[in-house]
Design a protein around this ligand. Structure first.
Ligand SMILES: Nc1ncnc2c1ncn2[C@@H]1O[C@H](COP(=O)(O)OP(=O)(O)OP(=O)(O)O)[C@@H](O)[C@H]1O
Length: 246
């Protein structure tokens, strides 16, 4: 049985045009799916609908056999595009907010794993944007989610930090066996991480193409096989990344 079944007939914001049109896909337990699409095509909207933050009036989101609507499920971890930390709380308090019974050593180990050793007592305003983003990654990992949603989580981080966090994400997913939906603009990142890629069109967005990535794991970020796979895909479907697919 699919862990997650997404069926959205359409999505329209009030006074807005149609953003999503007939999006339907399943996610198997433990599967890692990347979503790529042009800016403004509705990727964040889609994650918000899956998480329950945005209502899905026409369609249904079914997670582990249960339909949910308009409420954030506690088994879903969501790493937003912006860190969304509470500015009046310390880093540790921000983490405790989602998992109040966490032990201090669990929190310090998790912070160390995202490169924020000793930052428990810092307030968000004293951290750089990239550091705040890493706190938000730690926050999502802390709840041990069954489903993890990530909205361009490694954008604007320096290359070594992003590489380290991608590796951490892979390890976390393997250990936790969680299913993942990962929004990115970066095909190379998607090929490195995902089992399958869904490509969205310009709005009203549909899934114009999906491709399973059959490369063996462990993969290398810019390995020969990974780059050849990417080149072959683009040679076969040159419009996929041009944002010109309607
Ligand atoms: N709360 C809202 N109210 C009205 N319109 C919205 C709202 N949120 C998003 N939109 C509109 O919906 C469309 C899709 O936005 P969304 O943020 O989902 O796209 P995206 O694919 O994630 O974009 P990007 O890649 O640039 O982050 C845009 O035209 C945006 O202006």
């Amino acid at each position: 049985m699919a862990e997650l079944n997404v069926r959205i007939e359409n999505k329209q914001y009030i006074h807005g045009t149609n953003v999503l049109d007939n999006i339907e896909f399943n996610l198997a337990a433990g599967e890692f799916v990347a979503i790529i699409g042009p800016s403004g095509c509705g990727k964040t909207t889609l994650l918000n609908m899956i998480s329950g933050l945005e209502p899905s009036e026409a369609g249904s989101i079914v997670f582990e056999g249960e339909r949910f609507y308009g409420q954030m499920c506690t088994q879903i971890g969501y790493i937003f595009q912006q860190p969304r930390l509470m500015p009046w709380l310390t880093v540790e308090q921000n983490l405790l907010l989602v998992q109040p019974n966490s032990r201090p050593d669990t929190i310090s180990e998790l912070l160390a794993s995202v490169g924020l050793e000793g930052k428990q007592n810092c307030y968000p305003r004293t951290l750089s944007g990239g550091m705040q983003r890493r706190v938000s990654i730690a926050r999502a990992f802390l709840i041990n989610p069954k489903l993890l949603l990530l909205d361009e989580p490694f954008n604007s981080l320096d290359a070594p930090t992003a590489a380290r966090l991608r590796l951490l994400l892979i390890k976390f997913c393997q250990r936790q066996r969680c299913s993942v939906i990962f929004v990115t603009h970066d095909l190379q990142e998607a090929v490195y991480l995902a089992d399958r890629i869904l490509f969205l069109s310009q709005p009203p967005s549909r899934i114009v193409h999906q491709e399973s990535i059959t490369l063996r794991r462990p993969r290398t970020e810019s390995g020969t096989d990974e780059l050849s796979w990417q080149a072959a895909l683009l040679a076969k479907h040159p419009s996929l990344l041009a944002g010109s697919v309607n």
